[in-house]
Design a protein around this ligand. Structure first.
Ligand SMILES: NC(=O)C1=CN([C@@H]2O[C@H](COP(=O)(O)OP(=O)(O)OC[C@H]3O[C@@H](n4cnc5c(N)ncnc54)[C@H](O)[C@@H]3O)[C@@H](O)[C@H]2O)C=CC1
Ligand SMILES: O=C(O)[C@@H]1CCC=N1
Length: 267
């Protein structure tokens, strides 16, 4: 099993904030021993301190994986700590938005195997989705290991290449925030129609999470699930007559803004 390589040779996690913690929790739950993980994190949470991993200690000479989970703006300052692992057997896996494979090759060495990924925060409840792409130095076995690491917190999808990753970031990486904003907007609209803030938020939250679960589990297309709610001449049809002319264009602009920002971060 791919994760056994981590148990044997170790994994270094650079940055253990929201995403790093979600991943670490997934690996530990999947049976990776805490003592085979070395975490570099200047502000460790209580959970991390109690997790049993090596925290801010010297890292092994050739771990199986170095996983990079710092903000793209911090990457330049943080990478030198792992430079000695470049150009070798250690597989680098990045979850950072924007930072390109070329930037990692420049910082770590041109022969470094690098997998660039984009997960999302539902990884915190094992319902993430991560897209992955690689440079030419990543073997199929290495890619299998990267997929296994991300599959510990949800689904995975392989990309044709790095040119697609800013689009992924804009759809699924940032996407949970769009959905949370939808909940906020639905709750505010419910309040405007006379509900208390508590009831409006409870209804909006349960509706979005319930609809999400239905989309996840149902064999029907999402379009059919929408039709199933929409009685001809009824209330849903009235609402969709307002939403459907506007939402695709608005979502298109939002997703383009996120993808453009991802490309900018990569410069
Ligand atoms: N939050 C999200 O929804 C997603 C974030 N990402 C990517 O994940 C990465 C991490 O994001 P978050 O977990 O949200 O950020 P975060 O701010 O929660 O975590 C980053 C962590 O890096 C630590 N750090 C800062 N400088 C460091 C250094 N020199 N060495 C080691 N650790 C250092 C910080 O103390 C912090 O705990 C980013 O690159 C982001 O683009 C990817 C997908 C989704
Ligand atoms: O907002 C960001 O830049 C990160 C990447 C995807 C989600 N959060």
């Amino acid at each position: 099993m791919a994760l056994e390589r981590v148990a044997q040779d170790g994994l270094v996690l650079l940055g253990c904030g929201k995403m790093g913690s979600a991943l670490l929790a997934g690996w530990l739950a999947a049976g990776v021993p805490a003592r085979s993980v070395w975490v570099i994190e200047p502000n460790p949470s209580e959970w991390l301190q109690a997790s049993g991993v090596h925290l801010n200690e010297g890292v092994p000479a050739a771990p199986a994986v170095a996983l990079l989970a710092v903000k793209p703006q911090m990457m330049g300052a943080a990478l030198p700590a792992l430079q000695a692992l470049g150009n070798g057997a250690t597989l680098f896996v990045s979850i950072a938005a924007g930072t390109t494979i070329a930037a990692f090759e420049a910082a770590l060495g041109a022969r470094t195997p690098i997998v660039r990924t984009m997960p999302n925060t539902p990884a915190m409840v094992n319902r993430g989705i991560t897209a992955l792409c690689r440079n030419s130095h990543v073997s199929d076995a290495d890619m299998g290991l990267a997929v296994a690491l991300m599959a510990a917190v949800g689904e995975t999808v392989l990309l044709e290449g790095e040119h697609q990753i800013d689009a992924v970031t804009a759809v699924s990486g940032s996407g949970p925030a769009y959905v949370f904003h939808l909940i906020e907007a639905m709750a505010a609209a419910g309040e405007a129609e006379g509900l208390s803030p508590e009831v409006a938020m409870k209804l909006a939250r349960a509706t979005v999470s319930g609809a999400g679960e239905l989309a996840h589990r149902s064999g029907e297309s999402v379009a059919q699930l929408r039709v199933n709610v929409t009685s001809p001449g009824g209330t849903t049809a009235a609402a969709l007559a307002v939403l459907m002319p506007e939402l695709p264009g608005l979502m298109g602009r939002a997703v383009k803004a996120a993808a453009d920002r991802g490309r900018e971060l990569g410069k």
